[in-house]
Design a protein around this ligand. Structure first.
Ligand SMILES: Cc1ncc(COP(=O)(O)O)c(C=O)c1O
Length: 386
């Protein structure tokens, strides 16, 4: 059945039929514990009653209207999303369909902001080596990993990569005569769950503020409560100019968002940008249901508690195969001295779904609704495999 798909994914030999909470059931009826959330998408697990109700009711009413017109559901979603990101200084939002599309929007805003204020030539966007920002040509151009670039050039010009953590290199790269924006993940997801140091982020924020370069956080994997704060960047004492979100935003219905603070909120003018499906009533209804649950201090604190519990348990094993444990909230990376993919395949066979992030890093992105008992169960299986 997979023969008709283009050959882009290394698919594992399992076909899922349904899911409930933190469990997925395959077509043979075998249950699996989900420590992946569909790569940070199903943040409320599978079949969450509030999301099911919101989607069912909305689809019976109205799935889509084009952006010639208004939708009360989309407007309510946008309002509540901006409110959730207001502590980080966000004021307005543009809704699209995916993470890559959100990052494309961010790059367009940075370039127009700079062009209008300083004229042509100041269009470079600086990103980190090892970063991941998407698969379109421009977001690949922003992605600082050679392996993704192979075969797809020429790329969008005007991207420059710096080594994460090297404040001197960043100082040199953020040339105020040439740079429009700096795009960074608070915790790099795809390249191994690598948190940025506070000193680096604070230095970046200062360089950006002093030089009028837009500070843009790609929160597509680490946002929406995943790290225990609504946005990952809230853990740092900085205020971004732009934030991008997708993945967990509507718990499985495709949606992406680019949010902007004071400086950049009004850069886009009519006809500058658009998206046919972006934030349509169906996606917005799902997003509203997610926001009502996730944007709640007690709920976020529980994400932190569960994440800490996972890290504490892993550390307590003192396992010789585990080399390092890092991450925040329910975004955890574990370096092991074995191929991560082998562990992932064994775990699958034993009914636990985990991810990798690089050849020797296991990645855990469980749904926020996972129970303490499910965590224990999954970790016990992992321990035996290791
Ligand atoms: C940090 C980050 N940015 C951007 C993307 C691209 O998102 P999408 O696949 O929805 O285009 C991803 C996807 O993994 C991501 O983790």
């Amino acid at each position: 059945m997979n023969d008709v798909f283009m050959n882009t994914y290394h698919r594992l030999p399992v076909t899922f039929a349904r899911g409930q909470g933190s469990r997925l059931i395959d077509t043979a009826g075998k249950p699996y514990l989900d420590f992946t959330s569909g790569i940070a998408v199903n943040c409320l697990g599978h079949g969450h009653p509030a999301v099911v109700k919101a989607i069912s009711e909305q689809t019976a009413r109205l799935n889509h209207v084009c952006n010639y017109y208004q939708s009360d559901v989309s407007a309510a979603f946008a309002e509540q999303l901006v409110a959730a990101c207001a502590p980080a200084g966000m004021r307005k939002v543009f809704l699209g369909n995916s993470g890559a599309e959100a990052n494309e929007g961010a790059c367009k805003i940075a370039r127009k902001y700079s062009l209008k204020k300083y004229g042509p030539g100041r269009h470079t966007i600086v990103t980190l080596k090892g970063s991941f920002h998407g698969r379109t040509i421009t977001t690949l151009s922003a992605t600082g990993q050679e392996k993704f670039h192979k075969d797809f050039g020429p790329f969008t010009e005007g991207f420059r990569f710096v080594q994460s953590g090297d404040i001197g290199a960043l100082d040199r790269a953020l040339d105020k005569t040439a740079t429009a924006g700096f795009l960074i993940e608070a915790i790099q997801g795809e390249s191994g769950i690598l948190p940025q140091s506070p000193a680096y982020i604070e230095a970046a924020a200062k360089f950006c503020a002093d030089r009028d370069i837009l500070l843009m956080f790609d929160e597509i994997q680490c946002g929406m409560g995943r790290t225990g704060t609504f946005l990952g960047c809230e853990a740092y004492k900085v205020r971004p100019d732009i934030v991008t979100l997708a993945k967990g935003l509507s718990a499985g219905v495709p949606v992406g968002a680019v949010l902007a603070g004071e400086k950049a909120a009004d850069v886009f003018e009519v006809s500058d940008h658009g998206s046919t499906f972006g934030g349509n009533p169906l996606a917005a209804a799902a997003g509203l249901a997610v926001l009502r649950i996730v944007n709640n201090p007690a709920f976020l604190a529980d994400i932190t508690r569960k994440g800490q519990m996972i890290q504490d348990k892993l550390r307590a094993w003192n396992h010789p195969r585990i080399k390092e444990i890092r991450g925040k909230g329910l975004m955890i990376g574990v370096d092991i001295d074995a191929p991560a993919w082998d562990v992932l395949e064994s775990a699958l066979a034993q009914g636990v779904l985990i991810l990798s992030a690089g050849p020797n890093t296991l990645r855990f992105l469980p749904p926020y609704v996972i129970t303490d008992e499910e965590i224990d169960q999954g970790l016990e299986i992992l321990k035996k495999i290791l």
